[in-house]
Write a protein that binds this ligand. Sequence first.
Ligand SMILES: Cc1cc2nc3c(=O)[nH]c(=O)nc-3n(C[C@H](O)[C@H](O)[C@H](O)COP(=O)(O)O)c2cc1C
Length: 359
Amino acid sequence: MSRLFTPVHVGRYTLPNRLVMAPMTRSRADDAGVPGDLVAAYYAQRAGAGLILSEGVYPSAMGKGYVRTPGVETEAQVTAWKQVTDAVHARGGLIFMQLMHCGRISHPSMLPGGAEPVAPSAIRPKGQSFTSSGLQDFVTPRALTIAEIAGVVQDYRLATRRALAAGFDGVELHGATGYLPAQFLSSGSNQRQDAYGGSVENRARFVLEVLSAMVAEAGGDRVGIKVSPEMSYNDIFDADPQETYTHLVEKLRGLGLAYLHVALFGARVDYHALLRPRFDGPYLLGGGLDQAAAEAHLEGGRADAAVFGSAFLANPDLPDRFRRGAPLNTADRATFYTPGARGYTDYPTLREARQGDAP
Ligand SMILES: Cc1cc2nc3c(=O)[nH]c(=O)nc-3n(C[C@H](O)[C@H](O)[C@H](O)COP(=O)(O)O)c2cc1C
């Protein structure tokens, strides 16, 4: 029998299968960061995953980096998320919320009072931000003071509390893809000369403090972290990613985390071989997988579960399709971030496709 369809312990949960839905920003919330009914329907459709990781959610308004992304700061946001978790649980699913603070990958037009984005250092990233008035160049961010860093850590802690109040089964720290935690970790974006910059110990300090705050709220067995060593997206650069991530992962030991999630995108080094033996809990592996590759990783003992992004986006019944060896729908990039049901909740299941009655 395929290992994908065997149960696995992740934190305090037993997942019925090893297929995890990747966190994916879909920009279907309203301008107040509140997810609506469509969002609940989208996640409920995908409840057959062993575990759903939600799209990146900003812990505080200063963490927002994209239009129509959701938050977990206001009462209205928490109430709306409760409907999402209820819908997933009603279908027997499990869902963690991914906490995503974008840091310098943002724009004053989407921050409170037109504020400058914040970052470890005042270094402007190359590239452009998707704002409500189209693409605009990133701006030079403001470097956080030490006191403000403590405030951001506290924001993650309170966001964790609210995510649990909204019914999430756990929380994932988005430490990948060049957002605030990765900005601290990486030497190119962190040129601080205090306790949060310079040595690898100092650059990892912010991530470890945030995780400790999340663990203090939720317990380690409901907290995970995602990292993506060597990913250059969002103008992120680290001089020695092997050293950085080896150090970080060794420091995660003892926190009792639910999992470590590593997504690789064309890295030159086999980080799975490097990092997995250094971690003391379940290992989730993702980035460009198909069913055969996922099976091979699981069979080879390289991971405990496999994370699928675009395939889950386009196939609400992905586990069922894999089980039957059925063909997959193709993801439509044009509707990844557009409002409305098209390209969101209207991908047909196998049964709908066969009956020709796709909604
Ligand atoms: C539309 C879209 C949105 C994404 N948004 C996020 C996000 O909010 N947080 C995150 O950690 N990764 C995000 N990702 C990356 C995915 O989690 C995943 O790592 C990536 O898609 C690789 O997996 P795949 O090859 O199976 O799609 C996004 C990917 C896609 C396609």
